[in-house]
Structures are given as structure tokens and as C-alpha cells.
Design a protein around this ligand. Sequence first.
Ligand code: MG
Length: 312
Amino acid sequence: MTQLVAESRTERRADARELRHGAIALRTAAEIEAIARAGSAVAASLEAAERAVRAGAATAAIDAAVREAIAGQGGEAAFLGYPHASGGAAFPSACCVSVGNEVVHGVPGTRVLRAGELVKIDVGVRLDGWCADAAVAVQVPGAEDPALAALVADAWEALHAGISAMQPGARWSDVAARMQRVAVERGHGMVDGWHGHGIGRGVHEAPQAPSLVSAGLRAERDFTLLPGMVLAVEPILVMGARGAVDADGCLEGLVASAGADGWTVALPAGQVAVHVEHTVAVTRSGPRILTCRSAGRRGTAHEHHGGCGPRA
Ligand code: MG
């Protein structure tokens, strides 16, 4: 209810010196450029991370590559030291590395990667006081599994289908419905409870931006996209976990919860999740992906799927 009331007005808050629509900050063109610079550092760091994905390497090697890449661009690792929601230990790493049935927030460490495993890498950078956040999914080279490759392609397609719907005046539930449709049509389930989000001065800001349509989204959390909103969009698909969509267009999401380390969110063994993410600005002329490299570089999964605009 608060969210519905709050989103009905746009005002400049003197205390925050920010233009806000309810709880959601509206960024100026200059602020969006600043977030894009942080986003470019995210993209470069993800490329460095991908190069560290090798059979026999520990996931800590990916974290080391990300730390070096972020520092080399003058940024800070936005996830390092991130407070735990329930009072546990702060996040200890510069990036999240989640393997196989792990969904998000995997803590890099001594786990040794095997050829063909699916690795999800999530990086956040703070640069000059502005944050950006993105994630890629790559298979460990050496024994590519075509089914996993298809799952990854489906996740990017879902993400870009959602991004292309991020037009001024659209409802977020329309964006989520696009992502959900791709997932369901490809025979995948989706994880609920771990959402996309607003991003700007902080990594996680209002609003929540779920990637599937739930009754709760329809009833309480939906919002209208306005120019200046900047959102991290991050669908999570689960291979083969077919979900049924009800008459209201709602999909029952799969539940995944944090494990013993307090951070690593995982599904039961045997299931495989994929997670990809971009930070996206809503502009008067449509969506703009902020977590892409400058033009001219090719070759990595992030670059291939990242582009500087929605994939045609
Ligand atoms: Mg995020």
C-alpha cells in the first residue's frame, strides 16, 4: 500500500537533493552518464572474470581477477563488505561466483572448477560515488554441454526481451511478463524472492524489480517506468523446471534459500540455475543498457550479449 501511495507523486526532495517518483529516484542525464562509467568498469571486470574461468582453477581466482580489474579502473568493489540482511558476516568478496545449482551470491573460495560446469559471476562497482551491477553466465571451457549453452542463451534472450519493454510509461509487470514468457516457452522455471532493483548511489535501492509476475507484484509492487529510473534487471532461470502460468498471468516461482555460509543461495542438488543481469536506464527514447563496454571489443559472453542497446 505504501508503495502505491508513494509512486503517485513526483517531487524534488530537498533533503536528498534528488528528484524522486515516490520512493524511486529519477536520475538526470549527467547522473546516468556517471552510472554508465561505473557500468563500463563492471563490464571490463566481468571480461577479466571470464578469462579466469578455467578447469582446475579455484573460484577465488575469479575474485582475484575481478579485484584487480576494478582497482585498475579506479573503482571500488561494491559488494565487498556488503552488510548481511540478518546480521551475519558481511560479504567477503569483490564478486559473487555461483556454480551449478547455486543461484546467486556464491562466495568465491577454494572450490575447484570442472570443465562444463555453469558459472555465474556477478560484479558491482562503485565509481565516483555511483554504482552499477551486472552478471554473466559461462561454462567452464573444455567440455561444453549444449543444453547448458541453450539455457544461457535463453537467459540472455529473456533479459533482452524484458529490457526492450522498458519504455517510458510501461508497467514493470509488463517487463517481468516478457522475461517470464521466454523462460516458460523454453521449458524453464524461474526463481522468486531474489529480485532486480533500483541502483544509483547504493547498489540496492527502491524499487524491487522481480523477473516474474507474482500475485504480490500485481497487487502491491507494480510501478510505472519513468525517464530517469535506473534498474538492475536480473532474471534467474532454472533448467527444465517447467512452471504453469495461471489465469492472471502469474507464475509460481521456485524457492531458493541461503546456505550455511549465510550468502550462497542454492537450489536442491541436480538442478541448474542461470542468472544474467544488466543495469538499465529508462530514457525518453527508451531503454539504455549501462553495463556495456565501449564499442570495438568482441569475443566474450558479456560483450556478445551485452551490446549497448537491446538485442535486435
Ligand atoms: Mg543486482
